[in-house]
Design a protein around this ligand. Structure first.
Ligand SMILES: Nc1nc2c(ncn2[C@@H]2O[C@H](COP(=O)(O)OP(=O)(O)OP(=O)(O)O)[C@@H](O)[C@H]2O)c(=O)[nH]1
Length: 389
């Protein structure tokens, strides 16, 4: 075992959010990961829905610090609870009372990971001490097809994911597994997929994925870019969720300005796991489902005007923030020789300067939007209007 890199006392602690519907295998994976002699000091934050806290019993043998958040819907009370828990953890760490260099948050199966993720963008104190590493979403191969049809939180959890783990593949036929992989890919082509048997997954694929780092190397799968022109990216006829009616979209910060509180000191360039396809090189043949979580890509070869873009995106996140699950992009802005990297969750948007455009490199702006019921044509048109004159 190599000794893992440990963030210094003053550098932000990476946080991993583990999400997935009830019974999808989160505790199994966490137990397996924590059981490994990994050398990391990990604080685990559990958010259980319901009275019984069985997971703590299951996990209790490990030497990790496990904290329990109060019961209840993660969407509403969570932010304050989570903020307070993280703040308290940080203080104890600073005083030398607790030693940890990683945080894993296991959300309840019914949770929308959005508010949890936003905690790391909204609060200066938290943003200074922690950095969101990635959202990992577990998908139960046996039950997901039906859950995807019936449960919006399952679709949203997939939309948010930086990495997808498909569990219980042993319970389904290869064809069903392939169809599920293709369906997920259609919803979130950005997130690599990997089948995981009873939580057996290398730790390197759980921690330090850099899914949220603004200056991580963003790679879009070339096949994914092709999605832009493919029919499945269009049309919302079958969507049954009017804006603002989504039960799990408890986004209480309408009216907040989008902030730019993202850390600027990340130096992670080559290690990004995005864009690699773990054996799911799906051709886009599985168009049987029209899930309401959809993605589309904007591309432009012309430089963009920073002020116009900021205005436009500011308005977009105000209006469509609750439905915007994830967006991310590499932009060519007029007046800078460096790439501008931007990304966000709901209303929280941040941007940062990336590497300079290389000589001979095509200066193409690329943005991916993943969300529910997004007005694709309006957004694409608006973005086209942000081209610098
Ligand atoms: N067959 C099979 N069963 C699995 C696999 N992974 C987990 N399970 C089983 O699925 C059940 C649920 O797993 P948990 O880890 O408790 O799921 P969870 O997501 O923590 O569940 P909640 O706490 O209800 O949200 C358990 O009985 C696990 O043993 C797998 O890869 N294959």
């Amino acid at each position: 075992m190599t000794t893992p890199a440990t963030p210094g006392q003053n550098s932000p602690v990476p946080v991993t959010i583990l999400t997935g519907f009830l019974g999808s295998g989160k505790t199994t994976l966490l137990k397996r990961v924590l059981g490994e002699s990994h050398g990391h000091k990990i604080a685990v934050i559990e958010n259980e829905f319901g009275e019984e806290n069985i997971d703590n019993e299951i996990l209790v043998d490990t030497q990790e610090h496990i904290l329990q958040l109060s019961n209840g819907c993660v969407c509403c009370s969570i932010r304050e609870d989570l903020r307070a828990t993280l703040s308290d953890l940080g203080e104890r760490r600073r005083k030398g009372l607790l030693d940890f260099s990683r945080v894993i948050i296991e959300t309840t199966g019914l949770a929308d990971p959005g508010p949890v993720a936003q905690t790391f963008f909204m609060d200066d104190e938290i943003a200074g001490q922690y950095v969101l590493d990635a959202i990992l979403t577990l998908v139960d191969a046996r039950h997901a097809p039906q859950q995807l049809d019936e449960r919006q939180e399952v679709r949203r959890q997939i939309g948010f994911a930086d990495q997808i783990f498909i569990t219980k593949a042993d319970l389904v036929e290869p064809a069903a597994l392939h169809a599920l992989g293709a369906r997920i890919y259609q919803m979130n082509p950005r997130a690599p997929q990997r089948a995981v048997h009873f939580g057996e997954v290398p730790l390197a694929e759980v921690l330090d994925l850099h899914g949220f780092h603004l200056d991580a190397k963003l790679e879009f799968d070339p096949e994914f870019l092709g999605v832009k022109d493919a029919p499945q990216a269009e049309g919302h006829e079958d969507c049954d969720h009017a804006h603002g009616q989504c039960k799990h979209d408890h986004d209480h910060d309408h009216g907040h300005d989008h902030d730019h509180a993202c850390h600027e000191d990340h130096v992670h360039t080559e290690a990004c796991h995005h864009g690699h396809d773990h054996g799911h090189g799906h051709a886009h043949h599985h168009h049987h489902h029209d899930d309401d979580v959809k993605s589309f890509v904007f591309r432009s070869d012309k430089p963009l005007d920073a002020a116009k873009l900021e205005d436009f995106l500011g308005g977009v996140v105000q209006v469509f923030g609750p439905n915007l699950l994830r967006y991310k992009g590499v932009l060519h802005m007029k007046g800078t020789s460096r790439k501008v990297i931007f990304q966000g969750v709901h209303q929280m948007m941040g941007s940062d300067l990336g590497a300079p455009w290389k000589a001979g490199e095509a200066k193409t702006s690329r943005m991916v939007f993943i969300g529910v019921d997004l007005p694709r044509e309006i957004l694409l048109k608006g973005l086209e209007n942000c081209v610098a004159r």
